[in-house]
Design a protein around this ligand. Structure first.
Ligand SMILES: [Ca+2]
Length: 342
């Protein structure tokens, strides 16, 4: 062990007083002395004759290199004469040091404050140490601290005896981030999905269906009112005395109301009336029939109409039926005209 005062030009500052106080386990916590604050000038330093691991055994609260909670070490800062090192996670018992896990070989940044990124789990109560090569100082004498040395570089899962180092401790600080899903990645800078140990990428977001209340749309369907089945005119027949034409009116039984309307008969062709030829209406009559009945509508013929009926002949007529509640219909019929009696 080499111990020597080192000339310092920095202002006197107490690192312990400004060290961070451990915070709750749900946020990152930095342990160890605040290495950004230069140690007092003429602070003695320690370097090992051979490669070694300086260990902080006791230190004031806020300076000790002991994890207050489980997490992952994501960054390390230290002051020392060497850039290449390894992070060691240890436990102490009495003067023994048990080596638990080791980070990969790291090359820290140059400068008074060296740093490197890390990803190494640590459990509450475990301590942090750095491997130091031979003849390279890394331990500083800090008031109120007690350090010890493991004068070799032990493998993990071994317990080593340590030698006293007095008030010298490694000038190291480590940032511990929570690791809720225990995937070995710090939840603040290394793990974008701290609730899922199978991924460090952003969590998959399940779609959320949001129902927004709005006006109720009522569709109004307009349908035509059902047209009741209309009456149908039967075959017209001329009375033997040729004074009337009878027409059966068939009122469908499915009708909800009686059939009413008008039946009219006109000549189908123009006939000569005086000096002109016109279609002549022979007569018409109104009717009313109960649903399911077939009454006979009788159209009385005037003397003028009778004159158009030549006994024993045929006369083409247009039979028109105009229901009160439906469209009019008409059709052509041929009347057989009775012969003259006697
Ligand atoms: Ca994590």
């Amino acid at each position: 062990m080499l111990t020597s005062p080192r000339a310092r030009t920095f202002a006197l500052t107490c690192a312990a007083a400004l060290a961070l106080i451990p915070s709750a386990a749900d946020a990152a916590v930095r342990i160890g002395p605040d290495v950004t604050i230069p140690p007092p000038s003429n602070t003695p330093v320690v370097a090992c004759l051979n490669a070694c691991v300086p260990v902080a055994f006791s230190a004031p609260a806020g300076v000790e290199l002991t994890a207050p909670s489980d997490g992952v070490i994501t960054a390390v800062e230290y002051r020392g004469d060497f850039a290449t090192t390894k992070l060691r996670i240890i436990k102490t018992s009495g003067s023994d040091v048990t080596f638990i896990r080791t980070g990969p070989a790291r090359t820290a940044t140059d400068g008074p404050i060296r740093s490197f990124a890390e990803r190494l789990p640590i459990r509450a109560g475990e301590r942090v140490a750095l491997e130091a090569p031979a003849n390279k100082a890394s331990a500083f004498s800090l008031t109120g601290t007690t350090g010890r040395l493991v004068n070799t570089i032990p493998a993990d899962d071994t317990t080593q005896a340590s030698s006293p180092l007095g008030a010298f401790v490694p000038y190291v600080s480590a940032l511990i981030e929570p690791d809720v899903d225990r995937d070995g990645y710090g939840d603040e800078t290394q793990d974008q999905c701290p609730k899922d140990p199978t991924t460090q990428a952003p969590c998959t977001v399940a779609p959320v269906i949001v129902e927004i209340p709005g006006p109720t749309i009522t569709q109004t369907v307009v349908t035509a009112a059902a047209t009741p089945p209309g009456p149908v005119a039967g075959t017209p027949a001329v009375a033997k005395n040729r004074r009337s034409i009878s027409v059966p009116v068939i009122c469908p039984p499915s009708r909800p109301t009686p059939c009413t309307g008008t039946i009219s008969i006109a000549t189908a062709s123009a006939v000569k009336v005086g000096a002109t030829r016109v279609a002549v209406e022979l007569g018409s009559v109104g009717f009313t029939a109960r649903p399911g009945s077939t009454p006979t509508a009788r159209i009385a013929l005037s003397a003028g109409a009778r004159a158009l009926l030549t006994p024993g002949k045929k006369l083409a007529i247009t039979l028109s039926l105009r229901p009160a509640d439906g469209p009019a219909t008409s059709r052509r019929e041929v009347l057989r005209l009775p012969k003259k009696r006697g």
